[in-house]
Design a protein around this ligand. Structure first.
Ligand code: C2O
Ligand code: CU
Ligand code: CU
Length: 537
């Protein structure tokens, strides 16, 4: 590796944290006013908060093909969003030159966002804003996917509290490959409550997107080389990228940082830890700040989940190094039968493989460190007694049937909503995901013991984890990861381990309409482990 590629990788990582946006942006003209949406989109179906005195953020995202120098030698073909913003909006979008990822939106709660998506890909696409509470027409359901050459206009108000949300494609059966080839960005919301805390900001606020990939000798990304087997397990790579860079190294100062982690991988589950055993200080999850910081020896993250860490390097010596790693754990998907033998496994490295994730090189003294507040936020806890179905959870049985994974024996259907998939606006419900039906019991897979974790995600809401139960016989593998769950705050994606039942409390507020719930293992999702649900007024 040449020195210059090293530097550019560090620059890419640094860019993720820099506040200045304008320099990286090319201004473009005003957005055309004619809508090309399949249905005319209303502006604000239900404005819930008064619109503060904030400029409207208008941007265009063009999804298209490109190439990047990820390794020395041949450039890597990627798919990516190219962003351009209307004049005056430059502070709200950071682009990441040198990375396939991005852009990063940095918006304020209450702000109105208008985005035109231009599809210059060879396939249909649509953007889903993961974790945001927005009207169904804006949510990126696959039925809104636009053909190559077409556009889609988004227009919504950000009502979520401060937190790191993200966006990615969501077209029918093509989410996995489109994310894999590079399409994903971050959507960071701030609010006044958070601003008052004095958390590390500007260059001390570092989003870190962790993904795995496989590259061939020509530096081309390889997807699902083992076909059905890869898709049944989910794609697992052999190379870790942070913000699109392999062998990621980041120069930091001796100061406190806010590290915002997104597991943006298609299916890999990480067990993150500091290599020297320093406990991790967690301040936020999917839906924003926790009430109080919590510590963990390691954190477990399934695809789609976010965790924010507060990391204080101020006591460390210049020239020292901190390393974020993923610790080894027992692979659940290949435990027994033929899977373990490798001949039928996925093409990359199995779940549970230890990895170095990111090296942080500590340099000179940085900004003075504000002590981390012991109270970060207030979270109103949902009470199971307030749920309309407290004694009778709405149950979703996750199972493997043949080569696909089902939810209550069903696969995705574009327009269908079953009777038991209809909820009422403003109801608080208990939902339960039951992962007790691997294919160990037969179903034609015979010799395979196929126990799969499923990161379950619900669109349009943030929920709270009520309880987890692990079935007998599954405890030992479970306990290697369960100490790393952070269930204290708002979540939109929850990892459901083999043998586990997870109950969540979820209120269907804000909007009526058809939304999705699905497994965020993107290969499972594409193969049909996804369903509509309807919020009825
Ligand atoms: Cu991030 Cu429907 O997903
Ligand atoms: Cu989502
Ligand atoms: Cu799954």
């Amino acid at each position: 590796m040449t020195n210059s590629t090293q530097i550019s990788r560090r620059d890419v990582l640094k860019l993720m944290g820099l506040g200045a946006g304008g320099a990286f942006l090319s201004a473009c003209g005003l957005l055309p006013s004619a809508s090309t949406n399949p249905t005319a989109a209303p502006v604000f179906p239900t404005p819930l908060t008064p619109l503060p005195d904030l400029p409207i953020l208008s941007a265009e995202l063009t999804a298209g093909r490109g190439t990047l120098p990820i390794f020395s030698g041949k450039e890597t073909p990627v798919w990516r969003y190219q962003a351009s913003v209307k004049e005056g909006g430059g502070d709200f979008i950071q682009t990441l030159s040198g990375s396939y990822l991005g852009p990063i939106f940095r918006v304020k709660q209450g702000q109105r966002v208008q985005v035109r998506l231009n599809n210059e890909l060879p396939d249909p696409t649509i953007i889903h804003w993961h974790g945001l509470k927005i009207p169904e027409e804006m949510d990126g359901h696959p039925r809104y996917a636009v053909a190559p050459g077409k556009s889609f206009d988004y227009d919504f108000q950000v009502i979520n509290r401060a937190g790191m949300y993200w966006f990615h494609p969501h077209p029918h059966q093509l989410t996995g490959p489109q994310v894999y080839y590079g399409l994903a960005g971050l959507f960071i919301v701030s609010d006044e409550e958070e601003a008052a805390l004095g958390l590390p900001a500007g260059e001390y606020d570092l989003p870190l997107v962790i993904q795995d990939r496989i590259f061939d000798s020509q530096n081309q990304m390889v997807y699902l080389a083992n076909g059905m087997m890869d898709s049944m397990i989910g794609f697992l790579g052999d190379t870790i990228l942070v913000n699109g860079s392999p062998n990621a190294i980041l120069d930091v100062k001796a100061s406190a940082y806010r590290l915002r982690l997104l597991n943006g991988s298609n299916s890999r589950i990480y067990k993150f830890a500091w290599q020297d055993g320093t406990p991790l200080t967690v301040i936020a999850t999917d839906g924003g700040l926790l009430e109080t910081p919590v510590t963990r020896d390691y954190i477990t993250m399934g695809p789609g989940e976010r965790v924010e860490l507060w990391a204080d390097f101020s006591g460390r010596n210049a020239g020292s190094e901190m390393k974020l790693v993923s610790l080894p754990y027992t692979d659940f998907s290949g435990g027994g039968g033929m899977m373990g033998g490798g001949m039928m496994g996925s093409s990359g490295l199995p779940n549970g493989t230890p990895f170095d994730i990111l090296r942080l090189m500590i340099g000179e003294k940085g900004a003075d460190v504000n002590p981390l507040p012991s109270q970060l936020s207030t979270i109103e806890r949902h009470a199971v007694n307030d749920a309309v179905n407290g004694n009778n959870p709405r149950s979703f049985r996750l199972a493997m049937q043949g080569m696909v994974h089902t939810i209550n024996n069903r696969l995705f259907e574009m327009d269908a909503v079953a009777q038991d998939e209809i909820v009422r606006l403003n109801d608080l419900e208990v939902w339960e995901f039951v992962n007790l039906e691997g294919s160990g019991g037969g179903m034609g897979m015979g010799m395979m013991n196929m126990e799969m974790p499923h990161p379950m995600h619900i669109h349009g809401v943030q929920f709270q984890v009520l309880e987890r139960q692990i079935a007998r016989g599954f405890e030992s593998a479970y306990q290697e990861l369960s100490g790393g769950f952070v269930d204290e705050g708002w979540k939109d994606t929850v990892l459901v381990m083999p043998g586990e039942t997870v109950r969540v409390l979820v209120r269907f507020e804000n909007y009526t309409g058809i939304y999705l719930y699905h497994c965020h293992n993107l290969e499972h999702e594409d193969a049909g482990m996804m369903r509509n649900y309807r919020i009825k007024g």
